[in-house]
Design a protein around this ligand. Sequence first.
Ligand code: GLA
Length: 730
Amino acid sequence: MKKMFLMLMSFVAVLQLYSQQTVIRIGTNETDLILCTAPTGRLYQSYLGPRLVVNSDAENLSYFVSGPAADAPVTPRGWEVYPASGAEDYFEPAFAIQHNDGNMTSIFRYVSHNQTKKDGNVTETVIHLKDDVYPVEVSLYYLAYAKENIIKTWTEIKHTEKKPVTISRYASNMIYFESPAYYLTEFSGDWASEVRMSNQQLQFGKKVLETKLGSRAAMHCYPFFELGLGQEVSENQGDVVLGTIAWTGNFQFTFEIDNVGNLRVISGMNPYASNYELKPNELFTTPEFIFTMSDQGTGKASRNLHKWARKYQLKDGEKDRYVLLNNWEATYFNFDEARLEVLMNEAKELGVDLFLLDDGWFGNKHPRVGAHAGLGDWEVMRSKLPNGIPHLVETAKKAGIKFGIWIEPEMVNPKSELYEKHPDWVIQLPNRKPYYYRSQLVLDLANPKVQDFVFGVVDKIMKENPEIAFFKWDCNSMITNIYSPYLKEKQNQLYIDHVRGVTNVFKRVRDAYPDVEFMLCAGGGGRCDYEALKYFSEFWCSDNTDPVERLYIQWGFSQIFPAKAMAAHVTSWNRSASIKFRADVAMMCKFGFDISFADLNEKEQEFCKLAVKNYNRLKKVILDGDQYRLVSPYDTNHTAVMYMNEEKSKAVLFTYDIFPRFSEKVFPVKLQNLDPNRRYKVEEINLMPGAKSRLKANGKTYTGDYLMKIGIEAFTGGKMNSRMIEITAE
Ligand code: GLA
């Protein structure tokens, strides 16, 4: 009897403990992230996966008190949401600290949370945690975008100890998965070989993706990943997670499989060489980590990100874009007013909206005639352009187009007046021989004066030329000679404070000139992160504009970014590819040219004009529609991508034969997500003048069902052959 009574009492006690547990549901229309406090007050991840059919909090609670959090009173090791160093979890923590007394532990306990609807679609959840031994607080932020199925999350850290504490880990987020196997797709590369995709199965231990470039996130590794749960990621089926970190500097993703086969993914800034001294009451805000999950492969997950980015993150994501002509590959540094006038008139003839003047327009004492001098001296080079920028803006205006200009304001050549005047504004070591990347050094953006200078570069150009409509903002060097004269003995803050300085300037520029378009560039596609893209409307994908290479590069970036954010130009790289092939490839993104009429015969010029017209007619579908990656260049010698508007009334299909083998069997291209019952007219467009379509389906009408199940015979055995096909509902 006594035994029974004791058992009953302990059952009641357990129930009471559980009833004190708090369940927090962070949900989109398709995903649920469920967090739950343990009776100890610590916060655990109970569930992350497809949305659950649970309606009330009571129901939620009964589900989740039996999850990993329930084990916490017995063994505190569970899926703690923000585990810190020095406790009982023996794997990689999200957070690590050294307190004023030298102690290196923290344990955070739940204090409170609140959820607010930002609008009908977005819910913000803020969870406050606190260490009950030390005055250190952490707030976890989550924005859940219901329709787009995106969760964006970041963390704020604060303390009120007497003196600064040192934080050596400060993840944006940590999430856990339990699956029989985990497969990672990573994106690696280099200058002119961006975003090469490769897959691997993760095994016990850690796999780290990170960069240490300082001034940009990417080059050898890109700030995003794809994860296949249970199987390798694939385009149209399987459980996948796509994640990306919004930080224009050193980032780190840690994928760690623990002793029981669970995977933790930790995302944030790279803490490398960055033990940060946090002052009392100073707020440390981590970058945003953005992720989406799909049970139908990466195609759907990418579309989630594309839609979300256009609506919520990308600068001017829902606005139109200019088609432009850039002079870089047409002239490099060799131009003068007359040459630019010719190009601007060609731009007009082509039918583009804007002329973009690239590098080489500035510097007098140290003229910018090559990459070795002049960077930092943002005065027009009088010998080259005696009438200054206003005259060029005027010439463009006369030609009926807008004017844009290239800058690289965060950098300096040692051969410049800026360097002569302000060597203390430059990141460089006081006691070692400098190492130059592209003959340049990085300005010390941790220094507020330098931030003012960089803002001033844009401000001055805009004040003198209020009609400038576009900037290409380059960043050709990573941080070398790592020493900030401004930070002095706090060099361990350089990587973080520098990027914060850069971001401050980006914000100031966007706020001062909200209607101007800005392109990110970092020696090609080195700056492609969702923080910078809040202030920039697009990024240059690569200096490699060989259309064959671009098919892979664009395929890679499209995993994470919408076509609207990806700049692609027709150039003279790979002249053995036809102008049509080159244009068809660039037309899949934000379209432009980097070529002069001198490089094109009459027929080719005519074709380019037609391409601009076709693009303008269809760019709403390409830039604002849904993208379907139908055939991967990684799998075959062909590739196909389709774009479709929301109403499913118009689609544009691009198909490419890259280097097919002799007599290779080709398959029809099956379209996706059309209305099966509607009839669609198929028309091959964007043909060379005088050329006739040899597409069997050309001019014919099919049901959506037919086009999805049987497809269009668009591939051929030709080399570097392409097709643009317009599909219109009747
Ligand atoms: C970088 C860019 C190019 C061009 C040059 C100019 O390499 O990626 O597009 O602007 O700088 O120097």
